[in-house]
Design a protein around this ligand. Structure first.
Ligand SMILES: Cc1ncc(COP(=O)(O)O)c(C=O)c1O
Length: 389
C-alpha cells in the first residue's frame, strides 16, 4: 500500500511529538498532544509575560488572524464567519442565542448527544423553548428520513442541532442531507464539530451548515481552552450576536485612544470575541491549526482510514465486536470495540500497560488514531488485543 505521507513528512510529523517514542497514542478523541511548534509559542509568550519587555499585542493580533484563516479552511467556509472562543459549549450557547428560538418553539437533538449540546439546549426551557429529543440507535445517528418525519409532524421545531461525529460511537452524520431537510422546513442547522474537524474536510458552507462550533484540543492538537466557531456569511446580515464587548471592535493592536465615537463592531462569532483573549492559546492555536490545514484534512482522512482498515482486516472479529459504522458515508476516525469476553475497562488497563493509550466510553473501548499514528502502532494494538484474555 502506498503511504499518504512521504517518509520525510512522517519523520517531520513524529519529530513534533517526541512522547510518541515507545507509546502508541490512540486517544485523540479525548485530547490531542501539543506539537513542539505550538509549545514553543506558549513558551515564548510566557517569557514575554515574565519580563514584559516587548509589545505582545501586535503578535497576538497576527496570530489570531492566522488562527481564523486556518479555521476557515478547516471548516470549509469564508473567514468572515469565524470567531475564536474558549470551548465548544461557549460556541453552541452563542449559536442558540444567535439563532434565537422563541417561546413556544423547539430545538431537535438526538438522545445520543454529548452533554455539551444537550444541556445548552435543555437550558432554553427557562426561555420557554422546548427540547425535542429523538431516539437514535446507540451506534447510529440522526438520518435525513427520520428528521423529515419529525419536522413534518412538529412545525414548532426551528433548530436542529447535532454532533458531526458522535463521541461514543464514531458515527458521522450526513451533514448535507440533514441540513437540506432542516432548511426545507424553515429551520436552522447547528453542528458540534469537535470530533471531526481536522480528521477530514468539512464543507460547512456548501453543505448548508448554519453554525459550527468545536474546541481544538483534540484532533487539532491545540491547548485546552480554545475553540473555533463559524457561521454562514448570509446570517451575518440577518442575525445579531447575543453579546459583544470592547474586543468586538477592530483596534489594530493600538489601544492609545479608546474613547470617542463608537467604532463599527464585528458581527457573527467574531463579535463574541468580547474581551482580552487567551494569548498563549491563540498563539499556539495559530501554529497547530495552520500546520494541520497545510498537511491537508483530505490526506489526514486517507491516512487514518488506511489505519482503521488495517485494524479491521487484522482483528479477530470472533473475539471483538466492531460497533462503529463501517459505511464510507458514516465512518470516522473513532472506532469502538467490545470484547466478547471480558470487560472494556480491564482491557483498557491491559493495553495501557503495553504502551497503548485508548479510552472507554459507554462500556466500549474507544480507539482514535490520527495523522501521527503509524501502521506499527496498529499492529502492536492488534497483537495486544489478541493476547487479552
Ligand atoms: C461531541 C462533543 N462535544 C463537546 C465536547 C466538549 O465540549 P467543551 O469544549 O465545551 O468542553 C466533547 C468532548 O469533550 C465532545 O465529544
Amino acid at each position: 500500500m502506498t503511504e499518504v505521507f512521504s517518509d520525510l513528512e512522517r519523520s517531520a510529523i513524529r519529530a513534533e511529538f517526541p512522547f510518541l517514542e515507545g507509546r502508541a497514542y490512540l486517544n485523540y478523541a479525548s485530547v490531542g498532544p501539543l506539537p513542539r511548534r505550538a509549545r514553543r509559542q506558549i513558551d515564548a509568550i510566557n517569557d514575554t509575560f515574565e519580563r514584559l519587555d516587548r509589545n505582545f499585542d501586535t503578535e497576538t493580533d497576527a496570530a489570531a488572524r492566522r488562527a481564523r484563516e486556518a479555521s476557515a479552511q478547516l471548516v470549509g467556509g469564508p473567514v468572515a464567519g469565524v470567531g475564536l472562543l474558549p470551548n465548544t459549549s461557549f460556541g453552541l450557547n452563542w449559536a442558540l442565542g444567535f439563532l434565537q428560538p422563541k417561546p413556544g418553539e423547539a430545538v431537535l437533538i438526538s438522545d445520543q448527544e454529548f452533554p455539551a449540546l444537550r444541556y445548552a439546549v435543555l437550558h432554553l426551557q427557562h426561555f420557554g423553548v422546548r427540547t425535542h429529543t429523538v431516539p437514535v440507535p446507540p451506534y447510529g445517528g440522526l438520518t435525513p428520513p427520520d428528521l423529515e418525519m419529525h419536522l413534518s409532524r412538529h412545525p414548532e421545531i426551528k433548530l436542529v442541532a447535532t454532533s458531526w461525529v458522535a463521541f461514543q460511537s464514531g458515527y458521522r452524520c450526513d451533514v448535507e442531507g440533514l441540513a437540506e431537510v432542516t432548511h426545507r422546513h424553515g429551520a436552522h442547522f447547528i453542528l458540534d464539530g469537535i470530533q471531526g474537524i481536522g480528521t477530514r474536510p468539512l464543507l460547512a458552507q456548501s453543505q448548508g451548515v448554519d453554525v459550527v462550533s468545536g474546541a481544538v484540543h483534540k484532533w487539532l492538537c491545540c491547548p485546552v481552552g480554545m475553540a473555533l466557531a463559524w457561521c454562514r456569511p448570509e446570517l451575518l446580515e440577518t442575525h445579531t450576536s447575543p453579546w459583544a464587548g470592547w474586543m468586538a471592535v477592530d483596534w489594530d493592536a493600538d489601544y492609545g485612544q479608546l474613547l470617542g465615537p463608537p467604532r463599527e463592531m464585528n458581527r457573527g462569532p467574531r463579535a463574541a470575541e468580547s474581551g482580552t483573549v487567551n494569548f498563549a492559546g491563540v498563539r499556539a492555536m495559530a501554529e497547530s491549526t495552520s500546520w494541520l490545514a497545510q498537511l491537508g484534512p483530505e490526506r489526514i482522512r486517507r491516512h487514518t482510514e488506511d489505519l482503521v482498515d488495517l485494524l479491521h482486516a487484522q482483528l479477530d472479529l470472533d473475539r471483538y465486536e466492531w460497533l462503529s459504522d463501517r459505511d464510507p458515508a458514516h465512518r470516522s476516525s473513532i472506532v469502538c470495540l467490545r470484547p466478547r469476553h471480558g470487560e472494556a475497562d480491564r482491557l483498557r488497563r491491559f493495553l495501557s500497560e503495553r504502551g497503548l493509550v485508548t479510552s472507554v466510553r459507554e462500556g466500549a473501548l474507544r480507539i482514535s488514531p490520527h495523522f501521527p499514528t503509524e501502521r506499527s502502532d496498529i499492529e502492536h494494538l492488534v497483537q495486544s488485543l489478541h493476547e487479552f484474555e
